[in-house]
Design a protein around this ligand. Structure first.
Ligand SMILES: Nc1nc2c(ncn2[C@@H]2O[C@H](COP(=O)(O)OP(=O)(O)OP(=O)(O)O)[C@@H](O)[C@H]2O)c(=O)[nH]1
Ligand SMILES: [Mg+2]
Length: 381
């Protein structure tokens, strides 16, 4: 029998409706929660006299499977392999007859470029740059690749996209996105990364809607030696976020990462809930250490295989959830790896990490130059 992979979803499909805010499950009634002092919108659970104890599960440490030894460029290369293969075939196809650069050639080039989901804007910019530089001439592959790379680099220019760490006290990271985007898996990858840096990590199982979500995160927490704070099924996710943040301050942890339930960017009540979780995390930080603000990062996980749909997700989430950066998950599963380009262009949000597989080490910091080099690797020869 195949080994169970806690990363693999088994209980619902991405199409399944997202949870309704504050709706308790009938199976397991919500535990009383202890919202912070100012968190008192009408719909919230009333504060009990004493805070309910959070369920804290201490880790039973298991060794992390040995990371596959791959260079940084190699990671990008393998994540983008499907995209590179398609680009490679298509571009060689239009270049092979020693054609001159004319309108027909430029239209074909444009059509091939947008197949990568880089979007009409960037594909058109490359088309125009080739037209300006090479119209009426024979174009060599090397010139095409260099022009495309320069154009994309220009579009994607971004500041060094490190995780924004707290000046003092724990760094609080909140992770948001649509159902099935790869949030929980990406959290496991973040834990792996922080652990490799020697940092202590506490997780907040803020997807209280699905018992399986808590189970999935708990297994990874145990495997990687992170503490996890959970709430009762159906309980207020903001309460779990509060307790996890508070625990991180009390224990002097380096990082606390809060998982959240998947939701659609069109579900305004659920998007509002993210805002509330954000405020409550801030309240927890401030009450533990006056003047502190949190979260330091709100990472939006986008599924690269969703292509253009990932762009509308970014649009819906980026403002409603105060996102500070993007994790582009599942880049390994798509031939449309160009999608990082319009995401960067349209939202100005840095792509901070890419996901390139289901294991904790299948993760890399995003780097524009490496991305652009890998996207056209081997094509100019
Ligand atoms: N190939 C590949 N699969 C991934 C990657 N990231 C996540 N997955 C898979 O995508 C599926 C969904 O991942 P989850 O992490 O459970 O997604 P989620 O956003 O937490 O889902 P919900 O909590 O239901 O909203 C799982 O089968 C993961 O193994 C990735 O970078 N590459
Ligand atoms: Mg999840």
């Amino acid at each position: 029998m195949a080994k169970w992979n806690p990363f693999r979803r088994k209980d619902k499909t991405p199409d399944e409706p997202a949870p309704q805010s504050g709706t308790p499950t009938s199976v397991d009634p919500p535990a009383p929660v202890a919202p912070p002092a100012d968190a008192a919108p009408a719909a919230e659970t009333p504060a009990p006299a004493e805070p309910a104890p959070a369920e804290t599960k201490m880790p039973a440490r298991e060794p992390v499977p040995p990371a596959e030894k791959k260079g940084f460029f190699g990671k990008f290369k393998s994540a983008l392999q499907k995209t590179v293969n398609v680009l490679n075939t298509d571009l060689r196809d239009i270049m092979k007859e020693g054609r001159l650069v004319d309108d027909e050639f430029l239209d074909e080039l444009f059509a091939h470029l947008i197949k990568t989901d880089m979007g009409a804007g960037p594909a058109n910019k490359i088309r125009e740059d080739i037209k300006t530089g090479f119209r009426g001439r024979k174009l060599f592959m090397k010139d095409l690749v260099t022009t495309a790379q320069e154009t994309i680099r220009e579009i994607m220019k971004q500041q060094e996209a490190q995780v924004q760490m707290a000046d003092s006290g724990p760094t609080v990271v909140m992770v948001v996105g649509v159902n099935g985007a790869g949030k929980t898996t990406s959290i496991a990858k973040l834990v792996h990364m922080f652990k490799e840096q020697g940092k202590s990590v506490i997780l907040g199982a803020g997807d209280t809607f699905r018992a399986a979500a808590v189970e999935q995160l708990t297994i990874w927490a145990q495997r990687m030696g992170a503490e996890i704070i959970t709430g009762k099924s159906g309980s207020d996710p903001a309460s779990v976020a509060y307790k996890a943040t508070e625990a991180a301050y009390k224990q002097g942890a380096d990082v606390v990462i809060i998982d959240t339930a998947g939701r659609l960017q069109t579900q305004s009540n659920l998007m509002d809930e993210l805002g509330r979780i954000h405020r409550i995390i801030n309240k927890a930080a401030n009450s533990c250490s006056e003047g502190s603000t949190a979260p330091h990062e709100v990472l939006l996980v986008l599924d690269a295989t969703a292509g253009q749909n990932a762009i509308s997700q970014a649009r819906g989430f980026s403002e409603a959830a105060n996102c500070t950066g993007i994790i582009l998950a599942k880049l390994d599963g798509t031939a449309k790896g160009g999608v990082a380009i319009p995401i960067r262009q349209e939202f100005g949000l840095p792509v901070k990490f890419i996901g390139l597989g289901e294991t904790p080490d299948a993760f890399a910091k995003f780097d524009v130059d490496t991305y652009v080099d890998a996207l056209f690797d081997d094509i100019d020869q």
